[in-house]
Every structure is written in C-alpha cells, then in structure tokens.
Design a protein around this ligand. Structure first.
Ligand code: DX5
Ligand code: ZN
Length: 224
C-alpha cells in the first residue's frame, strides 16, 4: 500500500482574532494543509465563535481548503451560507440534525465535501448508513466547546475502528482527529489510523508556527 498522506489543520479558534487574516497567512506559510474553522453557537456547545461572514472574509486570504466544523443546532439552515462563504468541507454532529442523511445531502448539493463528527461518547453506529456518502469522519478527542483541552486517550481505539470501516468501504474518506493534538501525541494518533490532524493551541500558542507544524509532520511521517 502507498504511504498515507497526512494533513495538518490549524484551528483558528486559538488564533489572535484581532489579526485573523494575518494568522491564516502565517499558518499557510508555515506548511498547514487545511484551515479548521470552528463554529459554536452557545446552544449546542457552551461557547460562541465565528460564522459565515468571517469565513467569507478569510476566503480570499488563503488557498487552503476551509474545513468548517459546525457545532450548531439546528444545522441545516446555515449550510448554504457556509457554502456561499467558500467552505470546502462542512462537518456536523449527528446530535445536531433530525435527519442526518438529509443534512449530508444538503452539504453535497451545495458543492462541499461532507463530514460527520463524533463526540468522545457518540457511538460509531451513526456511520452504518452514512459512510458511503461521507468525505470525512471527524473524531473529537475532547468534548467540543473550547480549545486547549487534554486529549482523551480512549479515542485511540475508536480511531482504529473508523480506519477499519473506511478501508472496508474501499472509498477515500479522510479521518480527522480534533482536540488536544500536540507534537508529542500526534504519532500515536497517526498510528491509530488518523490522517488529518486539527491543532489549535499547539500551533497558535507557540512562537514559531513552522517549527510546530514541521515537527508534527516529521512525527507522523512513516507511521503508516
Ligand atoms: C473544540 C474545537 C477544536 C479546538 C482544538 O471544540 O472543535 O477544533 O479548537 O483546539 P486544541 O488543539 O487546542 O485542543
Ligand atoms: Zn473543531
């Protein structure tokens, strides 16, 4: 099998919001592959962040695909707004949708890649009738709402199980992990089966973004 492709997705939740455009340019120059865009509504999760206006404002500032992680309920109405704002991937939590299949279809009809997000305690049974329509599975390794939390290690076997299901599907589906990803645990997360890594505080709280992203890429290289 060819070596896996790994992607680093800085979460701008931990960026300096007063200088957001420059921060996006800085992580792109530092080697980032995707821009992770955390949308929180103070209802589905206990925090309030950024919406389609900010996504549209950042779109012309980068060539990276914008990886929108919706932590909002209800979710359907906002999907076309994010597609218009230039999102490349839109992911949502099954708990935020009354009709998961319809929400996936909405994302794809809007011309975006579709992702389903699993909280640490959300069962993988939600993949049973959805994986064949998904471009991305996003496994939370913290409970969503805040940056800077500790990685929950019980997610590691869950990553391996999702990788097994993706392989069995024969489709190309990205497996992204979000929460508490650092230089010192990213290799274990890659070995478990992830190929796409969200990192907020590990990158934006460091003085040298290229140093962190470079070390992350070096740590995962050759793990699978
Ligand atoms: C949590 C968000 C994450 C978060 C990651 O609800 O979905 O993307 O910002 O931040 P770190 O890497 O600091 O755990
Ligand atoms: Zn996220």
């Amino acid at each position: 099998m060819p070596a896996a492709t790994f992607r680093i997705a800085p979460s701008i939740l931990s960026a300096d919001f007063a200088r957001l455009g420059d921060e996006v340019g800085a992580v792109e120059a530092a080697g980032a592959d995707l821009l992770h865009f955390d949308v929180m509504d103070n209802h589905f999760v206990p925090n309030l962040s950024i919406g389609p206006l900010v996504c549209a404002a950042l779109r012309p500032r980068t060539k990276m695909p914008i990886d929108v992680h919706l932590m909002v309920k209800p979710v359907d109405r906002i999907i076309p707004e994010f597609a218009k704002a230039g999102a490349g991937i839109i992911s949502f939590h099954p708990e935020a949708s009354d009709h998961v299949d319809r929400t996936i279809a909405l994302i794809r009809e809007a011309g975006c890649k579709a992702g389903l997000v699993f909280n640490p305690a959300t069962p993988l049974s939600h993949l049973d009738h959805t994986l064949d329509k998904l471009d991305l599975v996003l496994l939370m390794s913290v409970n969503p709402g805040f940056g800077g939390q500790q990685f929950i290690p019980s997610v590691l076997p869950k990553i391996t199980e999702v990788r097994r299901r993706i392989q069995a599907s024969g489709r190309e589906v990205w497996l992204e992990v979000d929460g508490g990803v650092k230089i010192d645990n990213i290799a274990a997360i890659a070995k478990a089966g992830a190929d796409t890594f969200v990192a907020g505080s590990a990158i934006f709280n460091a003085p040298d973004y290229a140093d962190v992203i470079g070390k992350m890429k070096a740590a995962v290289a050759g793990t699978r």
